[in-house]
Design a protein around this ligand. Structure first.
Ligand code: BG6
Length: 461
């Protein structure tokens, strides 16, 4: 039996996002975002036709949920603000939203749970999307204004902020395949979206510093280690390029303050460079993040590209292909690979190549479909698979910390089963089970396990 103890003041908690938990209530003044709109237009795209309106009611039940978080011994919790709730039409503040977020933050602090507040988690207000969303350079000023408003309203109490959660996802899912609105496949537009989100992040950091409210600001990235199939030069090159597109396109400008030269050269070769905005280099250089959040679920397994490059239809996958490692272990209930060591590899990479910047695990978790099948006669989900999943990831994280990784916390995805984009409630991730009909919350076995880990700042195994 080994005991794994984590550093003093280690953050233990979970992450969530506004659109996935809050729900909408008539008269709450919230404006429409792309998810509300898309569900209204195309409900059949959503699993069991459940849209963001049917969430876990955090908007009304935040006090209950924060109390339940405390029973799990959370010392921190990350969620996002809903841009379309706070600023339904761009300029006028929704006072209901201000009251709600004030109450939410105050309740967390009262219960000894540090609020970590994220500004953008996939939920573009519809009035901005109608003008091109991240494609339109005007979004940079709109985001800066929203960020500044949030800092002024809540910055006296919130001491850790993040600008974006997984900014590559709207690029990948909305502009390289069709899982997020506007669901188009267009590499040139995708690159523009990525570039404008990166500049928006830097602008928000600049605004944060100007406000002089103290605290720190970071960004949350889903870092996916890219492992080549073999030592062959072509496979190695494929993995290098997958990493360049999916990790370094946000990691380098966020932490180092500039884009990788190879990425710019490659985009230039295929005439994909966006129209540059004056002053972008200086803006990025001057506004790097104080810390990183790392979401880790699974790695990428890469081999050399199989098809010749079609100049007219470039996507990142023109430059590499995925392969199925015959030895990989899969989550049988979600279809994602489980590779715990990936977290260690990320940690070592941040240490070696990214100035050993402070970072924390901002999401890690195991999705399970039809989780009811694991319910015992007392109504408790016996999710030993999830305990095992967390435990094995935490062991690798512990080793990384022993070897000098600058990691200050671990947040699970997530506290309660929540609504997830097109998948709605298909894959359950929570420490608490949510009964969708009654809104009843029941702790799972993994929740009881996590409460002990958080309380003792580690575990024995
Ligand atoms: C993460 C996102 O990458 O994956 C979350 O940040 C999302 O918002 C989670 O809910 C799980 O996704 P899924 O598709 O398994 O429900």
């Amino acid at each position: 039996m080994t005991h794994y103890t984590f550093p003093d003041h280690f953050l233990w908690g979970a992450a969530a996002s506004a659109t996935q938990t809050e729900g909408t209530v008539p008269g709450d003044g919230k404006g429409e975002n792309i998810w509300d709109y898309w569900f209204k237009e195309k409900p059949h795209l959503f699993y069991q036709q459940i849209g963001p309106g049917k969430a876990s009611d955090f908007y009304q039940q935040y006090e209950t949920d924060i109390t339940l978080m405390k029973t799990l011994n959370f010392n921190s919790f990350r969620t996002s603000l809903s841009w379309s709730r706070l600023l339904p039409n761009g300029k006028t503040l929704n006072q209901e939203a201000v009251t709600f977020y004030n109450n939410m933050i105050n309740e967390m602090i009262k219960q000894g749970i540090e609020p970590i507040i994220n500004l953008f988690h996939f939920d573009m207000p519809m009035y901005l999307q109608d003008n091109g969303g991240w494609e339109n350079p005007d979004i940079i000023e709109a985001f800066r204004y929203y960020a500044q408003t949030a800092f002024q309203l809540f910055g006296d109490r919130v001491k850790r902020w993040t600008t974006f959660n997984e900014p590559i996802v709207p690029v990948e899912m909305g502009y390289l395949n069709t899982y997020h609105y506007p669901a188009v496949i267009d590499m040139k537009r995708a690159v523009t979206v990525a570039y404008h989100s990166m500049l928006s992040s830097a602008k928000a950091i600049e605004a944060f510093k100007l406000e002089k409210i103290g605290g720190e600001i970071g960004i949350i990235l889903n870092l996916t280690p890219s492992y080549p199939r073999s030592d062959d030069k072509e496979d190695q090159q494929g993995a290098y390029l997958a990493d360049l597109f999916y990790n370094r396109s946000f990691l380098d400008p966020s932490v180092l303050g500039y884009y990788p030269g190879d990425l710019l050269t490659l985009l230039d070769t295929y005439h994909l460079l966006p129209e540059r905005i004056t002053g972008d280099t200086t803006l990025l250089k001057a506004n790097t993040v104080d810390f990183l959040g790392v979401n880790y679920y699974q790695p990428r397994r890469i081999k050399q590209s199989e098809a010749p490059i079609d100049d007219k239809n470039i996507t990142p996958e023109s430059f590499f292909s995925y392969y199925q490692d015959p030895n990989r272990r899969m989550n049988p209930y979600r279809g994602w690979e489980i590779y715990e060591r990936g977290l260690y590899d990320i940690a070592m990479r941040i240490k070696a190549d990214y100035q050993n910047i402070p970072w924390y695990v901002s999401e890690n978790g195991m999705g399970v479909s039809d989780e009811e099948r694991f319910m015992d006669k007392d109504g408790v989900i016996q999710d030993d698979y999830r305990i095992d999943f967390y435990q094995e990831h935490l062991k690798w994280l512990h080793l990384a910390i022993e070897e000098g990784a600058n990691c200050f916390g671990f947040h699970a995805w997530t506290f309660i089963d929540n609504w997830s984009w097109l998948n709605a409630y298909k894959n359950r991730y929570g420490f608490y089970r949510l009964d969708l009909d009654t809104q009843e919350r029941t702790v799972k076995k993994s929740g009881q396990w996590f409460s002990q880990v958080a309380q003792s700042n580690g575990f024995s195994h």
